[in-house]
Design a protein around this ligand. Sequence first.
Ligand code: ATR
Length: 260
Amino acid sequence: MYKLGLIGKSVEHSKSPAIHHKLLAENGLAGEYHLFSIDESIISETLEHLITKGYKGFNVTVPYKETIIPFLDALETSAEVMQSVNTVKIVNGRLIGYNTDGLGYIESLKQDYPDWFKNRQEKTVLVLGAGGAAKGITHQLVTHQLGRILIANRTQSKASELASIFPEIETIKWSQVASVLSQVDLVINTTIVGMAPNDHQSIIALKGLESNPIISDIVYQPTWTKLLIEAHEEGCPLLFGESMLYYQAVKAFEIWTMNE
Ligand code: ATR
């Protein structure tokens, strides 16, 4: 019996239960996925409750992806590098932290554009943003040996900080983004620009773009962000935030159910 769940501040409207109930059914496993909207002050007792009740694992979302780390017994590499946890596996009462966000993004890219990924060493990728999400995705881009990885952030110093963790990454100025667009094969918006309720905004203007890079957005509410609508109008291939959401869940599910 797989008892699973999600911890966050306000997770009532999460899509995770639907995804995990589907994955449980597809794999012929009995289980439940429960939501825990909690205050930071009760993280410790919530974790005790999950261990006592026999949970196999749980997801962690905003704003606790970093806060939870001191309560865990061990971190797997991606969570250690990112200092951010979105998945916890409970093994004999021990809490092990993972981060599947970056891997989920790569998997969505592989699933939607398998041929593109085969020639990945010839590709140039432009990452927009340098927050937690960007860190997870760039870590996996580097691990998967994409050809050239460029990063641009409104606050340049944060992009430089990220590039200092991963020497394979080149930073470019925010003001240079428009001019490099024609040279890139994939654009990844990792910022919150375009997310409801600020969904009238687009992180970059694509009108008149002469090339056809894949445009991807990790924002999934709304499904069609302003960026993706404009990219579609320009004839660019698209990768939706919902796809990353789904595959980060698949990767979490694999962690909970492997070696069982
Ligand atoms: P997350 O952990 O979800 O990535 P975050 O760490 O708060 O969130 O990072 C948010 C990202 O969105 C940052 O790269 C931020 O840029 P700054 O570092 O300059 O703040 C970016 N961002 C937020 N609002 C933005 C805006 N209006 N224009 C451009 N970038 C924006």
